[in-house]
Design a protein around this ligand. Sequence first.
Ligand code: HEM
Length: 115
Amino acid sequence: ASQDAQNGEVIFKKCSACHAVGDGAKNKTGPVLTGVVGRAAGSVDGYKYGSGMQQAGANGLIWDEAHLTAYLEDPRAFLRAYLDDPKAKAKMTFKLKDSQDRRDVVAYLAGFSTH
Ligand code: HEM
């Protein structure tokens, strides 16, 4: 199915309790998401990631659209599978259940770059 960044903007309201995006965005409970598409996992300066996300970044995880949609479905299951570690920890407990909403919010995030 195609992606709808406008619906993604609406869906992002669920994320904005913990994340900011756009110019001048600051870390909150979660890291800034400006430029996240194409970025190395766990790489925002000044944000204290969990051990699982730090390990995923060290192992070379880059947030492309496929990895992001899989992460958003179930962050802990994603990290455990990616790291092949059934005990890996995830700091983000929020899950976005609807697959179209996942694609749309990723399309919305893809519209923000760090220049
Ligand atoms: C991490 C996206 C909702 C808390 C992340 C990361 C992404 C992301 C892409 C990894 C960033 C990186 O590696 O720099 C989203 C999106 C959301 C959402 C698109 C909505 C659909 C939430 C909510 C919370 C939250 C509602 C808080 C209740 C966190 C935390 C981390 C994180 C604490 C750090 C994870 C770790 O270190 O293991 N999020 N998030 N997120 N998010 Fe979210």
